[in-house]
Ligand binder design. Structure first.
Ligand code: NAD
Length: 343
């Protein structure tokens, strides 16, 4: 089987590609290498026989349409950061919305190739805050049973004008909707994965996106970390290797998963706050962390925990947040040069 991974040299793309290659699949990575650090991921990927790289941009259908004989597509290419989307919403739209439409056209025009889509929890508006913060007290402990198992797929994506999403949330939701539409209207087997916080090795983490890796890298080089808000923001963390297992399972069992929308994350058993991550890192190297508190960022979820019961019928996360941090810590120390080139 030949799998096309758009954004195949990014964090998720590279990890999924390496897992697919290790299982004997062939991989084509299509990436414009715009993300700092993606070249070093490409270097690692290129050591594999069954790997091919094509430099190109998902905004350009002509470039995509030259790719032939693909059996499945994992669409990870994106502008993945909220702050960047606020700064340049047109670019964000073109990559995330138009880019996804182009990938779906490629799938439709070549015999309905299955498409696995990386959506995001940001498709749920900041109304998530009003609801989930009510079930946490100040220390972010659960105090109410409503949504105690996290945000489910049926949670409203339209807040009726009451709350913000960020341009990133909008552009990713457009891609999410088009994936559903291409399944129902054209029969393209698509799977939408609304992912929360994915973490692991090879993340091109920086302050704006990839916060768990960024905290580890910053701690390693003793950099100051900005905390926007009180640092008690909670996320459910999912290991990228576990996510790669899910994506490959979705491709292998596409008849079960086609047309589905899944919330994908570590779930309620794998939640962690920003401060908890920093404290854990300080224990690892016995040195205090250096932080500066800044104003809250717009459209930031205070608490986001995925309800993963739907997808858990087929797959479950294996690693907890501490194990994930340990993996990133070891990888970062072994790949110090590579990490420093991203920072
Ligand atoms: N990492 C997370 O925690 C997370 C959470 C939710 C959703 N997602 C989604 O998962 C996907 C992958 O995220 P990631 O963390 O691996 O991001 P990443 O930035 O590490 O990888 C994205 C890759 O896409 C490439 N790319 C960007 N624009 C492109 C374009 N126009 N054409 C071709 N290639 C392009 C980049 O060079 C990069 O290699 C994205 O769709 C993102 O929205 C990520």
């Amino acid at each position: 089987m030949l799998i096309l991974i758009t954004g195949g040299c990014g964090f998720i793309g590279t990890n999924v590609a390496l897992k697919a290659l290790s299982r004997g699949y062939s991989v084509v990575a299509f990436d414009n290498l715009c993300r700092k650090g993606s070249e070093s991921n490409l270097e690692e990927l290129s050591k594999n026989h069954n790997f091919v790289f094509i430099k190109g941009d998902v905004r350009n259908y002509d470039q995509l349409s030259r790719i032939k004989n693909v059996d499945a597509i994992i669409h990870t290419a994106a502008q993945p950061g909220v702050p960047a989307s606020i700064e340049d919403p047109i670019y964000d739209f073109e990559v995330n919305a138009l880019g996804t439409l182009n990938v779906l056209e490629l799938a439709k025009n070549n015999g309905k190739i299955p498409v696995i889509y990386c959506s995001t929890n940001k498709v749920y508006s900041c109304e998530v805050n009003e609801i989930q913060s009510k079930i946490f007290d100040n220390k972010r402990k659960w105090i109410d049973k409503k949504f105690i198992l996290g945000i489910p797929e049926g949670f409203p994506v339209d807040s009726g004008g009451r709350a913000a999403y960020s341009p990133y949330g909008c552009s990713k939701y457009i891609g999410d909707r088009y994936c559903q539409e291409y399944y129902h209207t054209y029969g393209v087997p698509t799977v939408v994965n609304r992912m929360s916080c994915i973490a692991g090795e090879r993340q091109l983490g920086k302050e704006e996106q990839g916060w768990v890796s960024w905290f580890v890298y910053a701690k390693m080089v003793d950099a100051v970390i900005n905390i926007y808000g009180d640092g008690k923001q909670v996320r459910d963390v999912l290991y990228v290797g576990d996510l790669a297992d899910l994506f490959l399972k979705e491709i292998e069992d596409i008849d079960i998963h086609k047309g589905q929308v899944y919330n994908v994350g570590g779930g309620p058993n794998n939640t962690v706050s920003l401060i908890e991550v920093l404290e854990y890192l300080s224990n690892l190297d016995q040195r205090p962390y250096r932080v500066v508190y800044q104003n809250w960022r717009p459209a930031d979820h205070l608490v986001y925990v995925s309800d993963i019961r739907k997808v858990s019928k087929y797959w479950q996360p294996k690693l907890n947040p501490k194990q994930v941090i340990d993996i990133i810590w070891d990888w970062a120390h072994k790949n110090r040069k590579r990490v420093c080139s991203i920072l």
